[in-house]
Design a protein around this ligand. Sequence first.
Ligand code: SAH
Ligand code: SF4
Length: 415
Amino acid sequence: MSKQSDSTPAGVPPKKVTTPFQPIFSAYEGNLGGSLKVTEAGPVSFYGMTQADLKSYLKGLGKEQFRAQQIFKWVYDRRITDFDEMSNISKAFRDELKKLIDFKLPPVLSHLKSIDGTQKFLFDMGDGNSVEAVLIPSGDRLTLCISSEVGCNMACKFCFTGKQKLKRRLKASEIVGQFMQVHDRLQEGQRISNIVFMGMGEPLDNSEAVFKTVDILNDDFGIGISRRKITVSTSGLVPEMWKIAANRVRMAVSLNGSNDEVRSLVMPINKRFPLKDLLDACLRYTKETHDKVTFEYVMLKGVTDSLEQARELHQLTRKIPCKINLIPFNEHPGSGFERPEDRQIEKFQDELIRLGSHVLLRRTMGRDIFAACGQLTSEFENKPRSMDISNSKIGSVFKKSDFREGRQEPISPIK
Ligand code: SAH
Ligand code: SF4
């Protein structure tokens, strides 16, 4: 079986990652496994290429570079993925391209719809790996929350994804693939207005693929989504954070603690990059971009929800142009944490408002389908079986039994 690669297609010079901080993250490299290595040659994935990548790829084949724009338009605008239908390309060239480029998307293994309209998709990433994406309607917005990694090495204590070690980082084609699968199933007149990298994984632990995805989805001849409508959420990998400003997308930071002691307790990454460094990086972002940072703050009963902590949180953030999103903890099996009472959440929010913080309470979406923040997992066995697909245009909805029938062999749960 041939494997696709989006980082090293023949003829495309590998893009140099310009981070002076690379060595700090070498600690994570050991967990990468072998799945990113391309051992066999084969067609390259179209969805892993920016227009610039495709141009230099075509140049390497001795072809005109403007063809890249034509192909982008066929694929992203017209959704034509059969080279034979690309009528402005010669037959001989089409035949050549057919052998070199493929349009495979990660298969949708399940699609669940919540009573509140939230939809969750489970994608097969091969080798028993799967990730999830969540589509969230809210007013005139349609936000897609996508995953950047299978599992996550940041090990935040309250997060279901964090319970699973990093299995592997996704390729750009696999992140773009999540978007395209959902995009292809939208109802007439619908379009995804916002993208948030708040699914599984730490986006800045896979920044090359994440920002390549941004370039691809932002391309005017492709999907054309504005960078201002894309948010990258990070647990605080400080040395990588400059890339968010450099790529002109919005920044969300998972704060989740109002002092180093509590934050280190719930987010081990804080021991490496403590609050002072994190907040300095946030301030730098706001100065460079003239944009606000969104701070996410998960409310854990008896751990992060006291009024004293609300005051500390205000002190910590008051000099940074920002808004604070309070996220009441979403329960998952064996977490050891609890969601605070609604009254306590309100009091916490009121205290922040009284002090002058810009604070919003994040409504919990998709709770019935286990799609809320921090509930995503690649462990198929944990999925609820109930689903409501009324009003959904999507036909390919699998029940667990279909899933087992639909494949030659069942996916093995990831331990
Ligand atoms: N790794 C990135 C993005 C994915 S997590 C990050 O940590 O920012 C997206 C958001 O979900 C984060 O703000 C995180 O703090 C929050 N979250 C994780 N587990 C949660 C849970 N069980 N309940 C509520 N929010 C949670
Ligand atoms: Fe990873 Fe984000 Fe979950 Fe932390 S909260 S474990 S960084 S996905």
